[in-house]
Design a protein around this ligand. Sequence first.
Ligand code: BES
Ligand code: MN
Ligand code: MN
Length: 457
Amino acid sequence: MQDIQHYIQENKDKFLTELLDLLRIPSVSADSKFKADVRKAAEFICEKLKTAGADSAEICETAGFPIVYGEKIIDAALPTILVYGHYDVQPADPYELWNSPPFEPVVKEEKIYARGSCDDKGQVYMHLKAFEAMMATNTLPCNVKFMIEGEEEVGSDNLGTFVKSNKEKLQADVILISDTAIIANDIPSIDVGLRGLSYMEVEVTGANRDLHSGVYGGAVANPINVLSKMIASLHDENNHISIPAFYDDVVELSGEEREAMAKTPFNLEEYKKDLDIDEVRGEKGYSTIERASIRPTLDVNGIWGGYIGEGAKTVLPSKAFAKISMRLVPDQQSDKITELFTKHFESIAPEGVKVKVRAHHGGEPYVTPTDSIAYLAAEKAMEESFGKKPVPTRGGGSIPIVALFEKELGLKTVLMGFGLDTDAIHSPNEHFGLFNFYKGIETIPLFFKYFSEESSK
Ligand code: BES
Ligand code: MN
Ligand code: MN
């Protein structure tokens, strides 16, 4: 592997310059204002796949944003790795909290600051450059397929259809994704779990119009007061979610599994310090690591209604709204939880208001087996590049499409991510360490090598 590591060293600056170009494209999938830019990012990825040496790369149209598909088949008898990632990014709002503009990337203190630098353009780009390096040094040991989508941040609505109608094309032996984090740069880890998701929106309506809060206040239900109370009732005093049957399908970890988890390196003091909080808060009886990985959650993501302009306006609003997400764990099912939430939320509405509940996207949880060839290959690859064996960890985020890959393609996924939890993904000042970017590029070819070697045994 001497050659390839040499190639990577020689091309470091070029890799970075190209990534910064990609980061300049504001490919925000949630906001229609950026529609043309999302497509531009797809074209950029497609072009780079071609120049890196793919046999073919194409922009596959969907009902939404396109999927970039590319492949290099060196021998049908060899194993095939399917790389998945996303080129779309979260909205950059609120812009005023960024220290430098989100789509004008800067490198500061060894970190790349830009929306998407870590989630997931920076990590997708590691794969493209690792592929380029393997091609340039004639060391690609197996077949590779790339499927890079543009709707991950908005629920991957059209990827399911694409997968279902392209099963032949997507045939592979394993799926490899870099869209998660390691514990620290000197504590490599591999995410072996993702949480599922049910995302809801609720609307509470009181009177048919906004009212004078002096003339009507106290006599008519205030939808914001009511909604606040309804939301507050969704957790009990132990921070347990109070929706009936919510926990019915939750798999409880064994004492042994929890003990193993408690050994995962984690510094509570540093965690609190990083977030500038004096205490953590969550479900009674579980550690912070457990609360953020193997336990389900319910959180308000946004809440609005009434007057929020400058000064004071005395008004009793007609409506109040909230967006609520629930993170799910095995064996909870998104559809079932969505239904439980809907029924419960409607049932707790007091007289005097009308409640509407609407479901946004959802997704199922996923757990990666740690005894597969692919997991062992990732472990060996990271051990070699970091000089330390990676620890398996359960992650708290969601990549809903992973469970669907298993269902539709019968493929397991390895989540070999290189970000850090502190990279501020989805947040102002998102960044990605240069160390992490280059470490990813170095590690991916090792995964290819060990996966191919182990598969042929
Ligand atoms: N890359 C994240 C998921 C992630 C982050 C997993 C960190 C593990 C650790 C992904 O882009 C994401 O943000 N997913 C969404 C779900 C989607 C349906 C909007 C999420 O988790 O909120
Ligand atoms: Mn992501
Ligand atoms: Mn994301």
